[in-house]
Design a protein around this ligand. Structure first.
Ligand SMILES: Nc1nc2c(c(=O)[nH]1)N[C@H]1C(S)=C(S)[C@@H](COP(=O)(O)OP(=O)(O)OC[C@H]3O[C@@H](n4cnc5c(=O)[nH]c(N)nc54)[C@H](O)[C@@H]3O)O[C@H]1N2
Ligand SMILES: Nc1nc2c(c(=O)[nH]1)N[C@H]1C(S)=C(S)[C@@H](COP(=O)(O)OP(=O)(O)OC[C@H]3O[C@@H](n4cnc5c(=O)[nH]c(N)nc54)[C@H](O)[C@@H]3O)O[C@H]1N2
Ligand code: SF4
Ligand SMILES: [Mo]
Length: 797
């Protein structure tokens, strides 16, 4: 997969000193600019430009480039070269047609993130054991020489496929990053071993096309305006943001849309939006979906004309050729083969959702036209994530909620007409092998054991172990990777991965495993373009607003020195400074949109700060439904495949042809519950983006890391709020305070993801890093991650 495809799969897309003179030139208070959209609707918007306040500070409109779900309009107040304050887009600049987002609590904390005394200041070389955290300061010349020499030495010995870049999402909100440019340097000098699979959404992106032919099942949110019913299925945009979602959902709420939230815990979204909260046990979503379909079919509430025309697999009359009897949805629901009717009573035992609630939910969804079942990505970051993601598409299909205004086709949910910006062309990677990200540890341990059936692509066998790893803006060496203790053990062995480089702003737990730690600039100290994801469709200039302090340098800057030392500087830079790359990329992207006369040049962008891709509204699969004969679905049958012959032919019980309930490994029906009776969830919380900003003291005030536990489970274990508890299984132990709360269903405990791993001498984590407990088990189809499927026991410490 090319980087662009990987970036796209990731998130629908995924310098030189700025002189003070620039600020002076740009310090016009406000100008009016005409915005002409491609569909010729024109309007005049007041665009804020850098603006001077009475105290002499300049207010610069910019944005972060984190991977956080938003892309907010940040106003950096700069005085004497220092950011003194952060504000955000004021309400009176709201453009209803494309609402630029306002900063969340994390955004309000950016100043502290940039200026905290703990920030890395100098390049450092490891002097202790890996993981110990002992480093000494070195010069940049020493650091870049060490990097160039080690790349050359290890490549001569092990080949270019021994070079690896691990997950590093912290700058993927921008179009230019160290990760991208390191790949370019590698491509110029023999290539690297690439990985595929997005740990964010890879399971649903892989499986959704088995229903619809493509993954992008989402519509633009303005089309939901008059929708009477929205079911948010494991979706928490109140915290995860997902582009403009909150803006539209709040509006819909005010207009009377009913919201139902299906989630094992009472999320902030449930708190702010839900008319009804339906808690269920994690990994049992398919049982709830199956029984809802049972009710719908038994009560004749399905959309027969729609099914007749567009759907394969509903009953014996709608099956593909070559499939025996009793494989259809109706046969499954009525128990024709297994003798089990998928009644609400059947599902109640599995899910813990009362049968009557299931009946009400099924009737309400089927009888409300249109209705939008929108799934988040939490339910698919499970070992059964492919089944639950595709399960929702079955429900949408049999109720005819596909291709219609106000409905939603479920599944992945990316939006087909959303525009995003392209990054630099990084050339061809000569290495043809690809591993799933879930294989990286095995590929470092003994690559000969990574087989095609484990997800190896392009070759039958890898001919080298991973010998060097670059982690540029990631904390995935240990912290965010499942099974931290196993990863740490592997990385501690210097004979395996021989050279590890981390660039970060802080000494993260992953950085402690590096041989070299490099202090990168923050987004405030370099140039980039911030690109929205989710439902947004605009970009913002992420401007260099301050000079970096100490010896901080951007990744591009030091990689250029490495390229020089490896003799490929000119091919690497193409003669451009960082700012010139951004200038070039704006021009390159402008050329992609010849019909958008208002697409800015770089000079214009420095004034307008942002560009909105205004478009007509978009309804996924509208054409396929309106004019089916000329626009069949891009599936083998041309129809919506609730029964997939392709999956049937794989003959793998874990990824059945009909997505239905199968008890998950480490789910509530696993025998392991005898030892570890509680399921453990993790979620994305409001005070950080993954582990980014974890150590920001302002954001630690917002929320502390604690274990949510239901009063029933707490009482059995004599646990009270504030008690220290040990969460443990065979993979690890974490010790943090408990929060006894009815916000989580009995049988399930949970904590926010992204806290820093902090092991003591015995290996007990005191930071609340859930990944000391999680498993590296792979999903059956995508060879993807299952961070959220974990069994644990909790005891009072
Ligand atoms: N504030 C904040 N925002 C973020 C991030 C962040 O770290 N912080 N991270 C960003 C990134 S990288 C990504 S990929 C996205 C992720 O966005 P999501 O994957 O959608 O976010 P999660 O919090 O993992 O999951 C959403 C909800 O699913 C629920 N859930 C978990 N398991 C199940 C299940 O089995 N069934 C059901 N029905 N529900 C379940 C969780 O309780 C949670 O409330 O968010 C982005 N936005
Ligand atoms: N248990 C559990 N684990 C999970 C998940 C989950 O839901 N549950 N979610 C998974 C998902 S969806 C994702 S995307 C991954 C995310 O995992 P990662 O990609 O590792 O992302 P972060 O944890 O944010 O780590 C980013 C690091 O980059 C640093 N950083 C921030 N800005 C910059 C910069 O400008 N330059 C440099 N050089 N460094 C910077 C931060 O300080 C931080 O240490 O985690 C995965 N892990
Ligand atoms: S962290 Fe994300 S949602 Fe929050 S202000 Fe920054 S870009 Fe916006
Ligand atoms: Mo993610």
């Amino acid at each position: 997969m090319s980087t662009n495809t990987i970036n796209e799969a990731l998130h629908d897309n995924e310098g030189l000193p700025l002189s003070r003179r620039h600020f002076v030139q740009a310090s016009v208070a406000l100008v009016s600019l005409p915005f002409i959209s491609s569909n010729a609707q024109s309007q005049t918007t007041q665009i804020p430009i850098t603006n001077v306040l009475d105290d002499g500070s300049q207010v610069v409109t910019t944005c972060s480039t984190f991977d956080c779900g938003g892309k907010c309009d940040i106003r950096a107040h700069v005085k004497d070269g220092v950011v003194t304050r952060i504000t955000t887009r004021p309400d009176n600049e709201l453009d209803e047609a494309m609402p630029i987002m306002r900063a969340c609590v994390r955004g309000r904390g950016y100043r502290k993130f940039v200026y905290d005394a703990e920030r890395l200041k100098y390049p450092m070389k490891r002097i202790g054991k890996r993981g110990e955290g002992k480093f000494e300061r070195i010069t940049w010349d020493e650091a870049t020489t060490l990097i160039a020499d080690n790349i050359t030495r290890l490549t001569e010995k092990h080949g270019a496929a021994s070079r690896f870049l691990t997950v590093n999402t912290a700058v993927t909100g921008g179009i230019f990053s160290g990760d991208t440019m390191m790949k370019k340097l590698f491509n110029l000098t023999g290539g690297y071993l690439p990985y595929y699979h997005s740990v964010s959404l890879g399971n649903t992106v892989k499986v959704t096309p088995y229903t619809y032919g493509i993954a992008k099942t989402g519509s633009s949110l303005d089309t939901l305006e008059n929708t009477p019913l929205v079911i948010l299925w494991g979706h928490n945009p109140n915290e995860t943001v997902f582009g403009h979602t909150n803006h539209y959902f709040q509006k819909m709420k005010n207009n009377g849309t009913k919201f139902i939230v299906v989630d094992p815990r009472y999320s902030d979204t449930a708190q702010s939006l839900a008319d009804q909260w339906v808690p269920l046990l994690p990994t049992t979503d398919n049982a709830l979906l199956d029984s809802m379909m049972y009710v719908i079919v038994s009560e004749n509430l399905h959309d027969k004309p729609f099914i007749d025309k567009y759907v394969v697999g509903f009953d014996e009359q709608h099956m593909p050729e070559g499939v025996p009897e009793n494989e259809s949805l109706v046969a499954y629901l009525m128990g024709k083969k297994d003798g089990i009717a998928k009644t609400p009573e059947w599902a109640e035992k599995i899910t813990k959702v009362p049968a009557n609630t299931i009946r009400q939910l099924a009737r309400e969804y089927a009888m409300t036209k249109p209705a939008a079942l929108i799934q988040g990505w939490g339910p698919q970051r499970h070992i059964c994530g492919e089944r639950s993601a595709r399960g929702t598409t079955l429900l949408a299909a049999i109720t005819g909620n596909v291709g219609k205004r106000g409905a939603w086709a479920a599944g992945y949910g990316g939006i087909g007409n959303r525009q995003s910006m392209y990054g630099p062309d990084i050339g061809e990677n000569p290495i043809k092998a690809q591993i799933s990200i879930m294989n990286w540890m095995q590929a470092a341990e003994d690559a000969s054991q990574v087989r095609p059936e484990d997800g190896l692509l392009g070759v039958e066998q890898l001919d080298s172990n991973i010998k060097m790893i670059f982690s540029l803006a990631g904390n995935y060496l240990v912290n965010q990777n499942p099974d931290v203790n196993a990863a740490a053990k592997l990385l501690a062995d210097e004979s395996k991965v021989e050279f590890i480089v981390s660039s970060d702003l802080y000494l993260s737990p992953s950085a402690k495993y590096a041989d070299l730690v490099l202090p990168e600039t923050s987004f405030m100290e370099r140039w980039n373009i911030g690109d929205t994801w989710g439902t947004g469709s605009y970009f913002i200039l992420s401007e260099k607003v301050i000079e970096p302090d100490f010896e901080r340098r951007s990744d591009y800057d030091w990689i250029t020195d490495v390229a020089e030392k490896m003799g490929v500087r000119d091919a690497f830079t193409e003669g451009r400074s960082e700012k010139q790359w951004i200038e070039y990329l704006v021009g390159m992207n402008k050329a992609r949109f010849p019909d958008r006369a208002d697409f800015p040049t770089f000079d214009q962008l420095q004034k307008t700060r942002r560009y909105l891709f205004k478009d007509t509204d978009f309804i996924a699969f509208e054409e396929n439904i309106r004019d089916f004969e000329n626009n069949p679905f891009p599936t083998p049958s041309g129809k919506i495949e609730i029964f997939s012959k392709r999956l049937y032919d794989m003959n793998n019980p874990d990824i059945p042809a009909l997505s239905h309930y199968v008890a998950a490994i480490e789910g509530p029906e696993d025998q392991l519950t005898a030892t570890y009776p509680l399921q453990m969830l993790t979620w994305k919380g409001k005070n950080r983006a993954n582990s980014t900003q974890y150590s920001n003291p302002v954001l630690q005030e917002v929320q502390q890391q604690e274990l949510w536990i239901n009063p029933i489970d707490a009482q059995q274990r004599k646990i009270k709020t504030g008690d220290m508890v040990r969460i443990h299984n065979d993979r690890g132990i974490s010790q943090i305070p408990a929060l006894v709360t009815k916000r989580i269903i009995p049988g399930v405990v949970g904590m926010q993801s992204g806290a820093w791993w902090n092991p003591d001498k015995e290996g007990v984590d005191h930071g609340g890093c859930p990944n000391v407990l999680t498993s590296t088990r792979m999903t059956p189809l995508a060879h993807g991650n299952s961070h959220l499927t974990v069994l644990v026991e909790v005891t009072k410490a």
